[in-house]
Ligand binder design. Structure first.
Ligand code: F6P
Length: 549
């Protein structure tokens, strides 16, 4: 049991409460009275320029938040994580996704063993395999070249590679087709393979545990499609050329029928949602090539080193984590929007949902005591400018405080035509305009000055004072993507450390899995499920009736 004081009883916490009780100055006023604000509240890490000037903070707020970070020993836990200590308490595991991007000469020990050589050995095997697929040297069972790669996985074994594949499309081998199957809804696999030739298709079964029912079910169906489907290869030996596995569980991989030689390993100290820079990234590596994959790892490492070495005042993940605490714990903000102004980041927020919400969606602390403070926010959002024509209305004029991250790039990808490249300025003008409108709004006087009829003034007024962080980079390269992901990984870590929760377990997903297994026989066979509540019993009955009609 920890003997540290409860978070909300710490003097640093109550000092923040007192500070909050003084009320938030308006951003209009903060900028008007502090000409240096726009330059001062910027932190740079790698290629990222992170502007946090449009937050409801003053130097005093920041100092008080920093005191909370010091009191809760965020950096102490950070160092323990990087050292390979078992900071995932409930699973008794080290948390070392940072070792996945450590340089070959680094030493990171788990139980006295340096894990870096294993990491690089797997990276080398992945590189070799990826090159063979990309060059056509690795062929399918009938000797045909592999043209399609289908990743089957869910959660961290899907969202990371799928997100990064989209993000780095410009770097992908365009002649290859990549699909990502996750949902146990048969429609997902059906749509992914319906236009593919099994003889040209490689399945990558990605599962840390290799027990996840969605993945094993889809992988089994994929094997059936490969062997016995309309264009099936009708030879069990084909599996060896068309299935590879990414897992920590060699035994289950073998049980499934995949040759362990076709397995790319990772380790229990890599959490699922922190795993796409491990073997789980194989589909991505085939898509973008090993060199770009390694550039992405370098990007992760830039932010890892920054998080470890930058002073608290200049530490980007720390600052972003603290800002989230300020809103979630002292302003009752329930959610956090991530709004990338890049079509290539269309899956970025969905990826962050797992990273953040599975990590910090906890209601007991590291000692098992109920927390008496808010923990992780609801993370949501879609790329701008689409969201502007859907839900931004609520952010601007609704009743909720929704802090948001606006992410944008100065340069579009080279591949675009000149005409399409020119649209980048319009895209980014929208990003800047939103940050401005959210922060400064439009006063009733300004509306009146436009000659608006008095009965319309309230409707057309924007209160402003909606906080945003703007993350700007030159372009979305593999390294920049790695930097962005690591930035959020460590931000989530910072918040979990302050809330004194275990950010690395995910027991909350277990109950649903168990109940689904229990209920399934009732749906398929009409079996009696003892102890089923009356509502679910009625739903099951209605389902069976509809199914049979
Ligand atoms: O949803 C729970 C979870 O365990 C995630 O944490 C994980 O990313 C996902 O399931 C998939 O797990 P696996 O890689 O073991 O199939």
């Amino acid at each position: 049991m920890s003997d540290s004081p409860k978070l909300t009883r710490r003097p640093e916490w109550t000092a923040l409460e007192d500070h909050r009780a003084e009320g938030d100055p308006h951003l209009r006023e903060l900028f008007a009275t502090d000409p240096g604000r726009a330059e001062r509240y910027v932190v740079r890490v790698g290629d990222l320029r992170i502007d946090y000037s449009k937050h409801l903070i003053t130097d005093e707020t920041l100092a008080l938040l920093q005191e909370l970070a010091t009191a809760t020993d965020v950096f102490g836990l950070r160092d323990a994580m990087f050292r390979g200590e078992r900071v995932n308490l409930t699973e008794d595991r080290a948390v070392l996704h940072t070792a996945l991007r450590a340089p070959a000469n680094a030493v990171v020990e788990v139980d006295g063993e340096n894990v870096v050589p294993q990491v690089h050995a797997v990276l080398d095997r992945m590189s070799d395999f990826a090159n063979r697929v990309r060059s056509g040297e690795w062929t399918g069972h009938t000797g045909k070249r592999i043209k399609n790669v289908v990743n089957i996985g869910i959660g961290g074994s899907d969202l990371g590679p799928a997100m990064a594949y989209e993000a780095l499309r410009a770097y992908t081998a365009r002649e290859l087709t990549f699909r990502f199957v996750s949902n146990v809804d048969g429609a997902d696999l059906h749509e992914a393979v319906r236009d593919l030739d099994p003889a040209e298709t490689l399945f990558i079964v990605a599962s840390k545990t290799f027990t996840t029912i969605e993945t094993i079910t889809n992988a089994t169906s994929a094997r059936t499609w490969l062997l016995d489907g309309p264009a099936g290869l009708r030879d069990d030996k084909a599996v060896a050329k068309h299935f590879v596995a990414l897992s920590t569980n060699a035994e289950k991989v073998t049980d499934f029928g995949i040759d362990p030689d076709n397995m790319f390993e990772f380790w229990d100290w890599v959490g699922g949602r922190y795993s796409y820079d491990s073997a789980i990234g194989l589909s991505l590596m085939i898509a973008i090539g090993p060199d770009h994959f390694r550039e992405m790892l370098d990007g992760f490492r830039i932010v890892d080193e920054h998080f470890q070495n930058a002073s608290a005042e200049a530490n980007a993940p720390l600052i972003l984590g603290l800002l989230g605490i300020w809103y979630g714990n002292f302003h009752d903000a329930q959610s956090h929007a991530v709004l990338p102004y890049s079509h290539y980041l269309s899956k970025f927020t969905a990826y962050l949902q797992q990273l953040d919400m599975e990590s910090n969606g906890k209601s007991v602390d590291r000692d098992g005591n109920p927390v008496e403070w808010q923990t992780g926010p609801v993370v949501w959002g879609t790329p701008g400018t689409n969201g502007q024509h859907a839900y931004y209305q609520l952010i601007h004029q609704g009743t909720k405080l929704i802090p948001a991250d606006l992410i944008g790039f100065a340069r579009p990808i080279d591949e675009l035509s000149d005409e399409l490249k020119a649209q980048q300025d319009l895209l980014m003008a929208n990003l800047f305009a939103q940050g401005q409108a959210l922060a400064f709004g439009k006063t009733a006087e300004e509306v009146r000055a436009e000659g608006v009829a008095e009965e319309q003034v309230a409707h057309r007024t924007f209160q402003g004072n909606h906080p945003t962080t703007t993350v700007l980079a030159k372009e979305l390269t593999p390294s920049v993507l790695g930097q962005l992901v690591a930035l959020y990984e460590h931000k989530v870590f910072v918040q979990g450390a302050i809330w004194h929760i275990d950010s690395f377990d995910q027991w909350g997903v277990e109950l649903g899995k168990v109940l689904a297994r229990r209920v399934e026989p009732a749906l398929t066979e009409g079996a009696d499920v003892p102890g089923l509540d009356s509502s679910t019993t009625a739903l099951v009955a209605a389902y069976r009736e509809l199914k049979e009609v």
